[in-house]
Design a protein around this ligand. Structure first.
Ligand code: HDE
Length: 712
């Protein structure tokens, strides 16, 4: 982040996606004194002493013992010994990016938050996406919830929206969080499984805690295996408040909607990717930003007037419930674009410290008991993770707004505080720093003065008691394909559970109360007796289905940033290839030329053609679509190459659009690929257009039955 003294001017940040974006980023970074660029610099110690020999330690003779006196070696090794810090207890595996937020209009009627007032105003952001269960080195594509944490560096202080890619959560009260996390983390005796929930302790806990039913349903859906971090929705989960300058408040739920569509992997792809490229998601985000395919999300809110708090068939304070968008549509407020990769993973992505308690005037909490607990947890966790209470001084966490106060000292204090009075009120430093009344212009933070009259109790509100109807709403809102994926996911996960009584409890006491068809199908796959009836009386909901929940309705438009593999071999016809590449580039697709090896291939006219990778190096699971480049000799080579055959068959099995120049059709026929809307050949504009349109539809769902016959 820019240091506050050198806060960037809006003009330096604006204009993203314009050709001079790179210059803008360079300018912004040059303002940040803490970014260290060693280009042209001498190697020195941490004390600034130039180093003459970085190859040999100081010894008593070239064959003698090392000398303790070698302060250069000792400094270097001591620093190295302490390079790792404790990883996050949850959300350890993550990746981050810089970007900006820009409101569409002034939203003064809704909130006084400064960053939402002026469509010209650009607010820098840093976003960290994460998985929840696995350690820092775990795979990216495991079945898990994804963290979606955004730090807005507003002029009024930092606002952290620490959300997930699912709109609900597993538990209703923060006191259950350690239990839930202990259950989902790898089992304590053998530390398995890494990065997954398919094990006994997880299913033991969730089958005993029915409030988890709705969120487990999301976790068993395709949302838990996103295709890319760019193709995920984000949710603030809890109900918050927005407050305007008159002190009027509304309840809100925060949403991020990706311009790239909401797309997922298939389970087979996700599992293969976890081995073939464990960094698949972080690489995808990194490359998209490096190549100028900046991902963009629309930021919006569902607004509920305070007077309507009790008008729903669930409690707004219950984090296991969502507000269906058909009941309260999302009002768009602005857009977020991610356009700059970090310079240093540790300094930025690892050390960034989010906290739901970081809010600014105009935003406030609700009494959601999960949110209330989170307000305590995050600061506490940063103290042990980042080594003390001064984590806000780490460059990535520094607010752009000034932060003078009487807090002093402690480990890792960087600020050199001037002045004698580290207390308030004071007369020694003329009373500075002073409070700002909330009513003043740019006033201080003031909590919404909610009236509370209550007994001090340890109780769950009866309005939190219905655990199954929204899980049912979710299941019944899915397309048949998505429902099949959910059934398969429950069957897979429970199939890994060793204790039969846990499997049976999940089927009979949870799934049967959600949907009997679901319960019976899973029971059959597990070899359990089919449950006869629900055990809990069904609560009728206003809505029978919420189409906004189905990813089939959230495909996005266009193919910007979608990855297309173009298979080439010796004899490829360069002209044909050129027109295909141009057609895809016009749609901003991300194209990679893949050859039998990483060596250049020779075109039909004898010219060398460099490839981006070999088909083995970048397998079909890493792509959205495949094109087979024409040329008789090239096709002959490809059809005789086992890796190429596997590449095409696997893409077919994963329901991806497959196209090729006219010559390729013969090869497709010989592989017994059945004609469908995503299997195309031709070397003209019409064929390219059909290919682009098939990629836009993401997968050829109708192919699922035919694809089953193709070997895995
Ligand atoms: Fe978190 N969570 N959480 N969480 N959470 C952490 O804070 C916690 C919850 C979320 O990229 C920790 O800095 C409690 C819901 C994200 O750095 C910790 C409860 C949601 C991230 C913590 C919850 C989240 C975290 C671990 C129940 C979605 C990663 C490291 C009361 C709305 C942020 C850290 C990043 C991280 C506590 C539940 C999202 C331990 C006690 C609900 C995205 O403080």
């Amino acid at each position: 982040m820019p240091s506050k003294k050198n806060a960037p001017k809006e003009s330096q940040l604006a204009g993203t996606q314009t050709p001079d974006r790179a210059n803008t980023n360079a300018k912004l970074q040059s303002l940040e004194a803490f970014r260290s660029d060693a280009t042209g610099q001498a190697l020195r110690t941490n004390q600034g002493v130039k180093v003459a020999d970085n190859q040999n330690s100081l010894k008593a003779g070239d064959r003698g013992p090392s000398l303790l006196e070698d302060f250069i070696m000792r400094e270097k090794i001591t620093h190295f010994d302490h390079e790792r810090i404790p990883e996050r207890i949850v959300h350890a595996r993550g990746t981050g990016a810089h970007g900006f937020f820009q409101p569409y209009a002034a939203h003064a009627a809704l909130t006084k938050a400064g960053f939402l007032q002026d469509p010209e105003k650009i607010t820098p952001v840093f976003v960290r996406f994460s998985t929840v269960q696995g350690p820092r080195g775990s795979g990216d594509t495991v079945r898990d919830v994804r963290g979606f944490a955004v730090k807005f560096f507003t002029d009024e202080g930092n606002f952290d929206l620490v959300g997930n890619n699912m709109p609900v959560f597993f538990i209703q009260d923060a006191i259950k969080f350690p239990d839930f996390v202990h259950a989902v983390k790898p089992e304590p005796h053998n530390e398995m499984p890494t990065g997954g929930s398919a094990h006994d302790t997880f299913w033991d806990f969730v089958s005993l805690v029915p409030e988890s039913a709705h969120m487990v349903m999301w976790a068993m859906s395709d949302r838990a295996i996103p295709k890319s971090l760019r193709t995920m929705e984000g949710f603030g989960v809890h109900t918050f408040r927005l407050i305007n300058a008159k002190g009027e408040a509304n309840f809100v739920k925060f949403h991020w909607k990706p311009k790239q569509g909401v797309l997922s992997l298939l389970w087979d792809e996700a599992q293969k990717l976890a081995g073939k490229d464990a960094d698949f998601h972080r690489r995808d985000l990194w490359e998209a930003i490096e190549t100028g395919n900046y991902p963009e999300w629309e930021f919006g809110v569902q607004i509920v007037p305070q007077a309507d708090e009790h008008k729903f068939d669930f409690d707004l304070l219950d984090p296991t419930k969502l507000i269906p968008e058909e009941l309260v549509p999302v009002t768009p407020l602005g857009r977020m674009v991610l356009n700059r990769n970090p310079d240093n993973f540790f300094a930025e992505t690892e050390q960034v410290a989010f906290c739901p308690g970081h809010i600014v005037p105009g935003i406030d909490f609700s009494n959601d008991p999960l949110l209330q607990g989170r307000l305590f947890s995050y600061t506490d966790t940063q103290i042990s993770r980042l080594g003390g209470p001064n984590f806000h001084e780490i460059p990535i966490n520094r607010p752009l707004a000034a932060n003078h106060n009487g807090q002093r000292d402690a480990q890792h204090r960087v600020t050199l505080d001037k002045g004698r009075a580290a207390y308030e009120p004071n007369s020694i430093d003329a009373g500075w720093p002073k409070e700002t009344p909330a009513a003043a212009e740019d006033g201080g933070f003031e909590s919404y003065p909610e009236r509370i009259e209550a007994h001090k109790v340890r109780q769950r509100s009866p309005s939190f008691a219905d655990h199954f109807s929204q899980a049912r709403l979710f299941f019944q809102s899915m397309s048949p394909t998505e429902q099949e994926h959910i059934i398969a996911a429950y069957s897979f996960e429970l199939g890994k559970v060793e204790r039969e009584h846990i499997r049976a409890r999940e089927v009979n006491e949870v799934l049967a109360n959600i949907d009997l068809k679901l319960a019976r199908r899973v029971a059959a796959n597990l070899g359990l007796p089919a449950p006869k009836a629900a055990t809990v009386k069904e609560q009728a909901l206003t809505l029978k289905a919420s189409p906004a929940l189905s990813q089939m309705n959230l495909l996005g438009s266009g193919i910007k940033g979608r990855k297309v593999a173009v298979l080439v071999a010796d004899g490829v016809e360069a002209d044909l290839l050129d027109s295909l590449v141009k057609a895809l580039q016009a749609e901003s697709a991300a194209i990679k030329l893949l050859g039998p090896s990483s060596a250049p291939v020779t075109t039909s006219s004898g010219q060398p053609l460099a490839v981006d990778a070999s088909m083995e190096g970048l397998p079909s699971v890493a792509f959205d679509a495949v094109w087979v480049a024409g040329g008789k000799a090239a096709l002959k080579a490809l059809s005789g190459d086992g890796t190429a055959v596997h590449f095409v068959l696997e893409a077919y099995k994963h329901l991806k659009p497959i196209g090729g120049d006219s010559d390729a059709q013969g090869w497709f026929d010989s592989l017994h690929l059945k004609a469908d809307s995503g299997l195309l050949s031709g070397s003209d504009k019409k064929a390219y257009k059909a290919f682009v349109s098939a990629i836009g539809k993401h997968r050829v769902w109708k192919r699922e039955a035919a694809a089953k016959a193709v070997p895995a």
